[in-house]
Design a protein around this ligand. Structure first.
Ligand SMILES: [Zn+2]
Length: 190
């Protein structure tokens, strides 16, 4: 089975651009704390158990709060917690144009350090780790959109959920209507 084409990325970005000015910029540590709180919340651990375990890494017991800086040669490469080979990392994204998730690393250029974009990037990791065949799904497809909206609803609330959903509909973004399908096997590393 091949990876499904990323058929609605532009439409999804356009929906987000409608709203992005409503979200204030955060520092990199605030971005970490925001994601750590989501990952450690009981609803997230129930809905996205593989993602929660994957991102907690070796910090699973101690908790993700209080990130550490990996700073060789006095330049911040990423924030992490505990064993650097495992768990969430946040990179500053110097000179990057787009925010990006790759495995457990989220790269955040300055403009993208806001709650909406953080949930977008987290939703990619949820899709890979917890959705059935998530690593082959269209990167910004129907299932991604559903997971993204689910997290927005839980974390930002009903109004923000409704606003994002409305913007998605306006820009003809397709959203999977059903429940998130669970992965039956342990996830392949994305
Ligand atoms: Zn994306």
């Amino acid at each position: 089975m091949k990876t499904e084409r990323d058929y609605q990325r532009t439409r999804l970005y356009r929906a987000e651009w409608e709203l992005i000015d409503n979200y204030e910029l955060l520092t990199l540590v605030e971005c970490w704390d925001f994601l750590a709180e989501i990952i450690e919340s009981p609803w997230f651990q129930t809905d996205f158990p593989s993602t929660a375990g994957y991102l907690a890494g070796s910090a699973a017991q101690a908790g993700l709060s209080g990130p550490q800086e990996h700073r060789p040669n006095n330049r911040l490469v990423y924030l992490h917690k505990g064993d650097r080979r495992r768990g969430l990392k946040i990179r500053p994204g110097y000179r990057r144009r787009y925010a990006e998730s790759w495995c457990s690393t989220i790269t955040l250029p300055l403009w993208s350090r806001n709650k909406l974009t953080l949930i977008h990037e987290l939703a990619h990791i949820c899709c890979w780790c917890d959705a059935k065949n998530g690593h082959r799904m269209s990167a910004h497809g129907k299932e991604f959109a559903r997971i993204y909206l689910t997290i927005v609803m839980h974390v930002l609330g009903d109004d923000e959920y409704a606003e994002l959903h409305e913007a998605m509909l306006q820009h003809k973004v397709r959203v999977h209507p059903g429940v998130v399908q669970r992965a039956t096997k342990s996830p392949r590393q994305p």
